[in-house]
Design a binder for this molecule. Structure first.
Ligand SMILES: C[S@@+](CC[C@H](N)C(=O)[O-])C[C@H]1O[C@@H](n2cnc3c(N)ncnc32)[C@H](O)[C@@H]1O
Length: 455
């Protein structure tokens, strides 16, 4: 395969897609690796590369459907570079405002490096035909079986469409699929240890006039229209804000830790919720933040330093092993923000669609239940255990909670409305579960429950 030029955002996007298709590792990770090794100094080129990669993965089935209409050569028989170049260029033609001439010419330019004239003229011809129908592209016929139609039209695997159809019905499933293909808003949380939301909003509006307060979280701000890396904002470097979706901010309210308490954040990751908990505790007490991956905890520590947070201790490794040294009845609150299938955050990570398999809905809940069971004992009597996922699937949510409570009768579901921001009361169902959905609320899809251990 000819070598791709490292100064060209399309070439770097192509390289990322080829690697992703080969082994389907995490898209974000390959993309940042490729960007680190690339020579794209201009942040706009880096952003364009990211948009191309995410766009192709988001619309994969539909792009393949359109390409197959215009190419006699089946996609699966093509060389991976040609196949992914066609997808990349079809994405530009059908989903962006890149001028058609530029999309086609840039594709041909990339191919000319070491390819025979036959391949060049084939790609050129396919893309020109797609360019001609740009304003009225082909759609799969609606009369076909709804699972196949929705799967192609919105680019989701059939098994996922099928399960959502039986749960939500056709009209709502279509809205959910479409919402998962929207580019998500950039949402930040005010660091209330340093500024109020009003102060931060006033400051941000000088650079981002369309910034607006979130509806449900009293600390959230949506940065509408902001382009570029968040690290370029002075408010970011000054530690006045942290990137965190609004739904994720609500989970910390379910925990609602008090100043001076001892809190376990069992699956802390890069610390979106840990640093929020620290804020709610006014940077007092102690938060033990655990994660399997040391690199995530390093990023957590960087965030904590930037935000001026000093009450967090990180522990790397399996939390179930780590807590053994602490003995029982140690924590006032425990947050289990569990690893999950992530079907609620497909709009942020489109590769989730293709990475998950139906059998994950058997294996993942087992791990989630094991985490809850293993941590039940470290909570003090009267303490609060919060279980959260960014999955929409009942197997990982209500069913895990039910199975846990069958074996741990001392845990009761508490009405979270008394601790959530007032506006968020409408997100709580009759059983006391917090649910957010991209198509209903414009938020990431989260599930959360607040359990109280009997004294
Ligand atoms: C949903 S993510 C956490 C996101 C994080 N709480 C936030 O708000 O940014 C789940 C995390 O759990 C971690 N994890 C999974 N199993 C674990 C275990 N047994 N012990 C500790 N961490 C674990 C994963 O590495 C992952 O970072």
């Amino acid at each position: 395969m000819p070598k791709l030029p490292r100064r060209n955002p399309r070439a770097m996007a192509l390289k990322t897609l080829i690697r992703w298709e080969k082994g389907k590792p995490l898209l974000d990770e390959i993309l940042s690796e490729v960007l680190v090794k690339s020579v794209l100094p201009d942040p706009r080129d880096r952003a364009f590369c990211g948009e191309l990669v995410n766009g192709v993965v988001r619309h994969l089935y539909y792009l393949d459907y359109v390409l197959s209409r215009f190419s006699e050569e089946p996609l699966e028989r093509m060389d991976p570079q040609v196949r992914n170049l066609l997808r990349l260029s079809a994405y530009q033609l059908l989903f962006t405002r890149v001028p058609a001439r530029a999309a086609v010419a840039e594709a041909v330019k990339l191919l000319k490096r070491g390819r025979g004239p036959w391949v060049v003229s084939f790609v050129n011809a396919v893309l020109r035909r797609i360019a001609e129908v740009r304003d009225n592209p082909p759609e799969p016929p609606r009369e076909m079986n709804p699972v196949t139609y929705l799967s192609i039209r919105y680019s989701y695997p059939e098994w996922l469409v099928e399960r959502w159809l039986s749960r939500f019905g056709e009209e709502e499933t279509e809205r959910l699929l479409a919402a998962g293909n929207e580019k998500p808003p950039l949402v930040v949380r005010t660091n209330t240890l340093r500024v109020t939301r009003q102060q931060l909003l006033a400051y941000l509006r000088s650079e981002i006039p369309e910034a607006e307060p979130c509806r449900y979280s009293p600390e959230g701000i949506i940065l509408h229209g902001f382009r570029g890396p968040i690290t370029a904002l002075r408010a970011f470097r000054a530690g006045w804000l942290q990137v965190q979706d609004e739904a994720s901010q609500l989970v910390s309210y379910l925990v609602s830790p008090r100043p001076g308490e001892r809190v376990l954040d069992a699956c802390a990751g890069v610390g979106g919720k840990t640093t929020h908990l620290a804020q709610l505790m006014r940077n007092t007490g102690r938060i033990y933040a655990c994660d399997l991956y040391p690199w995530r905890l390093e990023r957590l520590q960087e965030n904590a330093r930037r935000l001026g947070i000093t009450n967090v201790e990180v522990i790397s490794g399996d939390v179930l092993e780590s807590v053994k040294a602490l003995g029982g009845n140690f924590f006032d609150r425990v947050l289990v923000d569990a690893p999950c299938t992530g079907t609620g955050v497909i709009r942020r990570h489109p590769d989730i669609k293709w990475a998950r398999k139906p059998e994950d809905l058997v294996t993942v809940p087992q791990k989630q239940l094991a985490l809850l069971e293993g941590l039940a004992g470290v909570l003090k009597p009267g303490g609060v255990l919060v279980y959260a996922t960014c999955s929409l699937e009942p197997e990982e949510n209500e069913e895990v909670v039910a199975r846990f409570r069958e074996r741990h009768r001392g845990f009761e579901i508490e009405d979270p409305r008394k601790v959530l921001p007032e506006a968020a009361a409408e997100l709580v169902d009759e059983q006391g579960f917090l649910h957010t959905y991209p198509h209903r609320h414009g938020l990431d899809g989260f599930f959360g429950v607040r359990l109280r251990k009997r004294s």
